[in-house]
Design a protein around this ligand. Structure first.
Ligand code: C2E
Ligand code: CA
Ligand code: CA
Ligand code: CA
Length: 284
């Protein structure tokens, strides 16, 4: 990266230059990183607020970069989206996660349904291979579609036309759950929800954060209460993310949220971690 020609110019901000080189360096290193197996996935449990059982996990990708160490997705997903690498990378994440879900299911055959949540970027949504790739991956792993939940951000679906929604509808018809991620940040028209093939709302972390104070802001409480009752009236389940304290969990449970995720339960970690987490006695 040092030979990127940075000293041919007089730069006002050397730090910006360093950032640009890193950005450039990371972008060019991405394709080889996939071939070399430098990506890995951490899993964060999804916990039923009613009984505390682990019902599934969200897959979160990381990059073990040979020079920079572990990089979080915010550092490289935007670059992968920009270069198109997100399509093969996303396919890889889906395949790994679905296989992992199968092994969890096998270990806990009588523990009730266990589901894997995988993030989809907007570029994957518009890629023509999405439905077939997903079907193939599920078949190869021997996993039923209803074990999979694909998370799509609210902003990716704002103003979505029928062409964009068609692949999601097909997946939903097959039994794959679609979750609307980061819900509440995108100013989407609530009435619009009926048009979308989603079955889960993932309430953005900003709502959970506002439950930190005690007593919580009464307006925030009303907003969450309103979202939950609207969601339930449309037959949507509500998952909350970013739960860091027991007080937040309790407040969100009282407000009627169904499932929670956050550091209070577990940080994202290697798949073996889920074996330790009383995985899962959802039936009794
Ligand atoms: P997200 O889908 O909203 O994922 C939740 C993020 O919140 C994760 O950050 C998770 O580690 C973090 N988190 C979980 N619990 C807590 C908590 O209690 N407190 C706080 N402060 N944070 C918590 P992470 O792993 O850095 O991922 C960031 C974003 O990167 C994700 O946001 C998602 O949009 C994207 N991402 C991650 N993996 C993938 C992937 O495989 N494909 C795509 N397209 N995007 C991904
Ligand atoms: Ca997500
Ligand atoms: Ca989210
Ligand atoms: Ca987010």
């Amino acid at each position: 990266a040092k030979s990127a020609g940075g000293n041919r110019f007089e730069l006002a901000d050397p730090e910006a230059d360093a950032r640009a080189i890193t950005r450039h360096g990371l972008t060019t290193a991405l394709p080889a990183a996939l071939d070399r197996g430098e990506f890995f996935i951490e899993y964060q449990p999804l916990v039923h607020l009613g009984d505390g059982s682990v019902r599934g996990a969200e897959a979160l990708v990381r990059w073990l970069h040979p020079q920079h160490g572990v990089l979080g997705p915010d550092r490289f997903i935007p670059l992968a989206e920009h270069t198109g690498l997100i399509v093969p990378l996303g396919r890889w994440v889906l395949e790994q996660s679905v296989r992992q879900a199968r092994s969890w299911r096998e270990r806990n055959a009588d523990a009730g349904p266990f589901r894997i949540n995988v993030n989809l970027s907007p570029c994957q949504l518009t890629h023509p291979g999405l439905v077939q790739d997903t079907v193939d991956i599920l078949e190869r792993a021997g996993v039923e579609p209803d074990a999979l939940c694909l998370e799509v951000t609210e902003s990716a679906l704002i103003g979505a036309d029928d062409d964009l929604l068609k692949p999601l509808r097909r997946l939903a018809e097959m039994g794959v759950d679609i979750a609307l991620d980061d819900f509440g940040t995108g100013y989407s028209n609530l009435a619009n929800l009926r048009r979308l093939p989603v079955s889960i709302l993932k309430l953005d972390r900003s709502f959970t954060q506002s439950m930190q104070q005690f007593p919580a802001d009464p307006v925030d409480l009303k907003i969450v209460e309103g979202i939950v009752s609207l969601a339930h009236s449309l037959d949507l389940a509500v998952t909350v993310e970013g739960v860091e304290t027991g007080a937040q969990a309790e407040q969100l449970r009282i407000l009627g949220c169904d499932t929670a995720q956050g550091w209070y339960y577990a940080r994202p970690g290697p798949p073996e971690r889920l074996h330790e987490l009383a995985l899962v006695d959802a039936t009794g």
